[in-house]
Design a binder for this molecule. Structure first.
Ligand code: FAD
Length: 452
């Protein structure tokens, strides 16, 4: 098994038995509001929802503020691998999620002319967990319904305009729709264009172009006639498979989901033109087809059947020096803290891990030590997240600069055990005491300074 590169960061981690971990609270549900910790979560994406659900399980009280007045079924394919899927399982959502997800059992990787370079096995169940890959809107709805069933206070149409903290008073808060709200902790789960970052950094940091954009589409296979065209009928098989074509500075991924009834396509290509990012900006069909015009004819045949495309400009940011405000009463999680490249296939998973681990750290630290708990959480998370981000960069470079002779396992999408065989809840219970003691001993250091 690969080494867990995050583990040496926080000194010795006690080897606790499962019974000892359970004694601390692992995989247990605490009585409602038992910690006395009040949390405001800004943003009801996957990071915010996961943090809210796990926080309620750990006995905190939560309010979510979301700027959208209603939940829209926007987006296309999103992936949760074993490291985050285990929480959906633990929350009892497997039976709702599994039927709406794709179950690609293998990844078939081609060069642009259609020569098969590698067939990578893609197990969908491993490490006592499942992978959930499906339509973002459909998966989101399951989590949102679950959060509502737990009685979580979710306020839609609440766009936060200001974040503040008062370390002396031991609280932080927001201004929303003219109202001033306060809590023990504010969680900025407000996505890649986060306004919470301003309070953390003291300045506005602008996203930068990643140098790439992605044409994305998700459509109904039958209505598009996928099964009636000999060039695309392979996608209509009753077997979920992920297909990839890897070229110079371009890669195209297509999959059939839900037993061949839905088709998902993402075409990543060079694009420095714009750094605007939207999940609904329309893509130009001719521009899409132009990219694959000299490729394996199956690529154009699939793409030409899509009713529409989203032109998604992929923004990126340098790692933040810290995810916390000066008084550690505001914590950034998910994309607000660390946007991911899609080639990592970890953005949503790390957002969920962040939220779960934070809820655990707060339970272990207690209401009287919220800033210490939050700093300990950051020290446990930062390096792992950075390593996962870097994996996305190296995979993109590997694919986009592949040599004609490259094939076999060298083309695989990395699925390292240190990343996927990881339980952020269990890890936090096991590692918290050591990391908290180290922090108390050595004082707080910006986590970026702790990277090798
Ligand atoms: C509409 C939408 C569609 C997406 N579709 C896909 C997809 O198809 N495939 C994919 O891989 N990824 C998609 N993503 C991104 C993906 O969900 C995230 O990269 C990942 O899940 C991390 O989630 P997050 O919760 O950190 O951020 P996000 O999912 O971006 O959630 C952030 C939330 O914060 C809210 N928010 C922002 N500012 C404020 C404010 N001031 N006050 C209150 N609320 C605020 C936003 O409305 C949003 O709901 C989409 C994101 C969005 C918002």
């Amino acid at each position: 098994m690969d080494a867990h590169p995050h583990s040496e960061l926080n000194g010795a981690q006690p080897e606790l038995t499962d019974d000892e971990l359970r004694e601390l609270g692992f995989a247990q549900v605490a009585p409602p509001n038992s910690s006395g910790i009040r949390i405001i979560i800004v943003g009801c994406g996957f990071a915010g929802l996961a943090c809210a659900i796990e926080s309620v399980r750990k006995g905190h009280s939560v309010t979510i503020l979301e700027k959208y007045p209603q939940v829209k079924n926007v987006g296309d394919v999103i992936s949760f691998n074993f490291n985050s899927g285990r929480f959906f399982l633990r929350w009892g959502l497997h039976d709702k999620l599994w039927p709406i997800c794709g179950h690609a059992s293998e990844f078939r990787i081609h060069n642009p002319s259609g020569e098969l370079l590698q067939v990578q096995p893609f197990p969908q169940a491993q490490f006592d967990s499942y992978a959930y890959n499906g339509h973002r809107g459909e998966i989101y709805e399951v989590l949102l319904d679950h959060a509502k069933s737990l009685g979580i206070d979710i306020r839609l149409g609440h766009s936060v305009s200001e974040f503040w903290e008062d370390p002396n008073a031991g609280e932080a808060g927001v201004i929303v729709n003219g109202e001033r709200m306060s809590a023990d902790l504010v969680v900025g789960a407000d996505g890649v264009r986060s306004t919470a970052r301003r309070l953390v950094l003291g300045v506005d940091d602008k996203p930068k172009s990643s140098g790439y954009a992605i044409y994305r589409t998700w459509f109904n296979a039958q209505a598009a006639g996928i099964d009636r065209d000999p060039l695309t009928s392979f996608l209509a098989e009753d077997k979920d498979v992920l297909y990839g074509w890897i070229g110079q500075d371009v890669h195209f991924l297509a999959s059939n989901c839900k037993r061949g009834t839905s088709i998902s396509c993402v075409l990543t290509h060079k694009d420095d033109a714009d750094i605007d990012e939207s999940w609904s900006f329309p893509g130009d069909r001719d521009a899409v087809l132009d990219i694959v015009k000299d490729w394996d004819p199956r690529c154009a045949a699939i793409l030409s059947k899509a009713p529409a495309f989203v032109d998604w400009k992929l923004v990126y940011r340098d790692p933040l020096p810290t995810w916390l405000s000066a008084g550690a009463r505001l914590a950034l999680i998910g994309d607000a803290a660390h946007p991911f490249l899609p080639t990592s296939v970890q953005g949503a998973s790390q957002a969920v891990e962040d939220g779960v681990a934070l809820a655990v750290a707060l339970q272990l630290g207690g209401k009287s030590a919220v800033p210490h708990a939050v700093r300990t959480w950051e020290s446990l998370r930062y390096k792992r997240v950075r390593l996962a981000q870097l994996l996305g960069e190296s995979t993109r470079d590997k694919w986009h600069r592949a040599k004609p002779a490259d094939r076999g396992a060298a083309m695989d999408l990395p699925r390292p055990e240190w990343l996927l065989d990881f339980d952020a809840e269990k890890h936090t219970y096991g590692a918290y005491a050591g990391a908290a003691a180290q922090l108390a001993r050595e004082g707080y250091q910006m986590p970026i300074d702790t990277l090798p």
